[in-house]
Design a protein. Structure first.
Length: 272
């Protein structure tokens, strides 16, 4: 089993972690969240989640709901600054916090993932633009509802190996989580399932294989984060479309995600 360790050298990569204040300050016709770090006050995005339609450089995560709270993350792809937004479900009263000053690795942010367990433990995964088959992926965690953030950097603080597509993240408890990747840049597509049992500090690569007869059918594919029925039993789906045919592989685990076994597969015409 392959083991990935966290490095404390993330700050050397230009990532500054600071809590983001929510004091509003007028900037033109927009209201922004005032942020303070070692260099003094500055502005990180807006005080409420920016609309993707408002700017072609805005990147926004899917919404997570935890304990009656909506949680989203957003970034300006050209600046790399990532902000977290929290609001009571159904409300428009957002609380803005800065996650990091730069999650782009100098390459721009392409996707954001957010996961939560309760209202205090929240993870944000920021992925840069892919280059040469890899995209830098930076992981951040708060255990106090966003007051302070800790950088957790998989794979020697750089990237998940070969991640040339958007990663998917989920947490099933305060300690157990998964990040999935379908990589096809080098050779046939392969599924990678990373597992943590310590809240994201360290990660291991779970045992997972795709039968050779299906590998070529997973081009332009996706893999979902695992969905668990209980602490040990869960499933995940891998899909890919080639030549108008969509192949779906369903995997199962009986040991909490350490190993995965192909349970069934189906192929049908795309859109059918």
């Amino acid at each position: 089993m392959k083991r990935l360790t966290t490095t404390a050298a993330l700050l050397a990569c230009g990532l500054l972690i600071a809590a983001c204040g929510t004091e509003p300050t007028a900037v033109g016709h927009k209201t922004s969240a005032k942020v303070t770090h070692a260099a003094g006050p500055w502005t990180c995005l807006s005080a409420s989640p920016p609309s993707v339609a408002s700017s072609p450089t805005i990147v926004r995560s899917s919404r997570a709901t935890a304990g009656g709270t909506w949680i989203e993350a957003a970034s300006d792809a050209t600046k790399g600054c990532v902000a977290l937004y929290l609001a009571p479900a159904g409300s428009t009263k957002w609380r803005a916090q800065q996650v990091t000053a730069d999650a782009s690795g100098g390459n721009g942010v392409s996707t954001l993932q957010v996961a939560a367990f309760g209202q205090r433990r929240i993870w944000v995964l920021a992925q840069g633009l892919p280059g040469a088959g890899q995209a830098p992926a930076f992981l951040f965690r708060t255990q106090d509802g966003g007051g302070t953030w800790q950088p957790l950097t998989p794979h020697q603080g750089r990237v998940f190996p070969g991640s040339d597509v958007p990663l998917k993240m989920s947490f099933t408890s305060a300690t157990d989580g998964f990040i999935t990747d379908l990589n096809g840049f080098y050779g046939p597509p392969r599924v990678e399932v990373y597992r943590t049992v310590d809240g994201g500090v360290t990660w291991t690569l779970s045992a997972f294989s795709v039968p050779q007869q299906y590998a070529s059918a997973l081009g332009n594919g996706t893999v979902t984060p695992p969905a668990f029925r209980n602490a040990r039993q869960g499933t995940l789906r891998v899909t890919g479309t080639v030549n108008g045919q969509t192949t779906t592989l369903v995997y199962g685990t009986d040991d909490g995600g350490t190993t995965w076994v192909l349970e069934r597969q189906s192929t049908k015409a795309s859109g059918g």
